[in-house]
Write a protein that binds this ligand. Structure first.
Ligand code: FES
Length: 146
């Protein structure tokens, strides 16, 4: 009988930890792949995040463009210095760069940190996939070779 009373309490305590997170690691966006150009564009995407028993809607951003080979590039906007948000082409003295206004961090278009500015690593790169002509964003990972 004690076990019958304890099991639901134990299950309640560990359930969120053991739960299969599944459900797809890619988040749909409203960005049509055909509309992606060589100019980095901000793409927002929203997903549900579960922390133990707390569920919340989180909106993230990717900087998305096509490189010279026509491959899609999706960069994290999180500065690798102290985590501020980078913007594209907002520093008039360094056009066509990602710029972090917090401490004047600079990155080239492919996300490479510019030497002599505070960031010490390239911007992370999002995994992505295309579904029904629309871009879906996955996890952000450090750039290969960085
Ligand atoms: S947080 Fe971006 S340069 Fe410091």
């Amino acid at each position: 009988m004690a076990a019958g009373m304890l099991m639901p309490m134990v299950r309640f305590a560990v359930d969120p930890v053991l739960q299969d997170k599944g459900g797809g690691d890619f988040v749909p966006t409203d960005k049509k792949v055909d509309e992606i150009t060589t100019e980095p564009t901000r793409v927002d995407f929203t997903f549900t995040q579960k922390d133990a028993w707390y569920e919340s809607e989180v909106t993230n951003t990717a900087w998305v463009y096509k490189d010279e080979k026509g491959e899609i590039v999706a960069l994290s906007p999180v500065c690798k210095h102290l985590g501020c948000t980078v913007d594209w082409n907002t520093d008039k003295s360094n056009p066509n760069h990602f710029f972090c206004p917090c401490h004047y961090g600079l990155y080239t278009k492919d996300g490479t940190n510019v030497p002599g500015t505070p960031p010490t690593a390239p911007l992370d790169v999002y995994e992505y996939r295309v579904k029904d002509g629309y871009l879906q964003i996955g996890k952000a990972k450090p750039r290969k070779g960085a």
